[in-house]
Design a protein around this ligand. Structure first.
Ligand SMILES: NC(=O)c1ccc[n+]([C@@H]2O[C@H](COP(=O)([O-])OP(=O)(O)OC[C@H]3O[C@@H](n4cnc5c(N)ncnc54)[C@H](O)[C@@H]3O)[C@@H](O)[C@H]2O)c1
Length: 329
């Protein structure tokens, strides 16, 4: 990857958020010329502290991907667009469906239109989500699984990814789509459960409060440590063999939520957990058990997660023990 991004211009939308900032830090390490676009809407994951380690080494443009005029100038002259800006809360997408539609669907279309008109040579990687599968019909879920989103966010992310595929196929705007599963690690939003329930669990652990596990705790999930996701994005960016393709990310160690809580408690040696009934507004959009088959990206790009859950959780908890004041104090 080094030769590929070194001295190249890379635009990271959502670059002050959780995954985007870890990606931007890696890109700077690889000597790319990075521009970050982020709107810093307070309910989302953007946080200036996330990009503190690279603050003098990147261009930061505080704008909204819904602003077509800004995006036109930002997209011009870039070699890569790593497209991560998004509204990520499932619950918020039900309570404020139009904002989700504007960001996750309409803005994606206008970003692609800007690429088509002003920079058709650009290479894009789009961060999609496993949420678009809905409740799994079978496990592990591969890319051929039917798409049946259970919330507005899933529908809009599905549109967002398919716009990328259509623009790849019809206009040859090179795009790759990654369907991310639950991602965790340093720089995630932990002040509430907007990004993922793991965020609020980490806060509870760091504060020595009880973790609340919804339902019977037996729901299975697969988790990726953020460095593995960053690696998948970079591998997808560098390969032209995979243009127009959609890949699941996943993990080798799916685990139920109760056991996940136990590992976290064991690492921190504080706190405890309690099984509590699902809040009704969450229950209706819950997908039950999920874990992905990531064979396709493994055989196409040789991607495989490297960080096991216990190690990743340890690094994450240590990060928030040290830096919590930048995330919620
Ligand atoms: N974290 C996960 O578990 C996960 C799982 C599946 C998919 N994803 C996808 O990965 C991407 C990154 O997610 P994340 O976990 O880093 O979340 P995040 O909220 O930390 O990052 C998203 C960033 O986009 C920015 N943003 C939101 N709306 C914007 C707008 N209109 N204009 C400009 N910037 C805007 C936010 O400020 C934030 O910094 C998202 O597209 C998300 O759907 C994440």
């Amino acid at each position: 990857m080094k030769q590929v991004v070194s001295n190249k211009r890379v635009l990271v939308t959502g670059g002050a958020g959780f995954i985007g900032s870890n990606l931007a830090i890696k890109l700077v390490e690889l000597k790319a010329n990075v521009t970050i676009v982020d709107s810093f809407i307070p309910e989302y994951g953007g946080n200036l502290f996330n990009i503190n380690p690279i603050k003098n080494k990147v261009k930061l443009n505080i704008s909204d991907v819904r602003d077509e005029h800004s995006m036109k100038y930002l997209i011009k002259d870039q070699d890569y667009l790593l497209n991560l800006a998004g509204q990520t809360s499932h619950l918020d997408s039900m309570q404020n469906p139009y904002a989700d539609l504007e960001i996750n669907a309409r803005a994606q279309l206008s970003i692609l239109e800007a690429c088509k008109r002003y920079n058709p040579e650009i290479k894009i990687v789009f961060a999609s989500t496993r949420q678009i599968y809905g409740k799994p019909h079978y496990l592990p879920v591969n890319e051929n699984h039917p798409l049946h989103p259970v919330d507005v966010n899933g529908i809009n992310k599905m549109a967002g990814e398919w716009y990328h595929i259509v623009y790849n196929d019809v206009y040859k705007i090179r795009s790759v789509v990654l369907r991310l599963t639950n991602t965790y690690g340093p720089r995630m939003r932990v002040k509430d459960a907007r990004q993922t329930f793991l965020g609020i669990w980490i806060k509870s652990i760091v504060d020595g409060n009880k973790i609340l596990v919804f339902g019977d705790g037996k729901q299975i999930r697969d988790f990726n440590y953020v460095d593995d996701v960053v690696n998948a994005i970079l591998l997808s960016a560098q390969s032209n063999e995979v243009n127009g393709m959609i890949f699941n990310l996943g993990a080798d160690d799916p685990i139920n939520l109760e056991d996940t809580a136990k590992i976290m408690i064991d690492i921190a040696r504080t706190s405890s957990y309690e099984l509590v009934p699902f809040p009704p507004d969450r229950k209706v959009i819950d997908i039950g058990d999920y874990y992905a088959d990531y064979q396709k990206i493994n055989s196409s790009l040789d991607w495989k997660p490297q960080v096991l859950l216990r190690e990743g959780l340890k690094r994450t908890i240590e990060y928030y023990q040290k830096f919590r004041k930048h995330y919620y104090d």
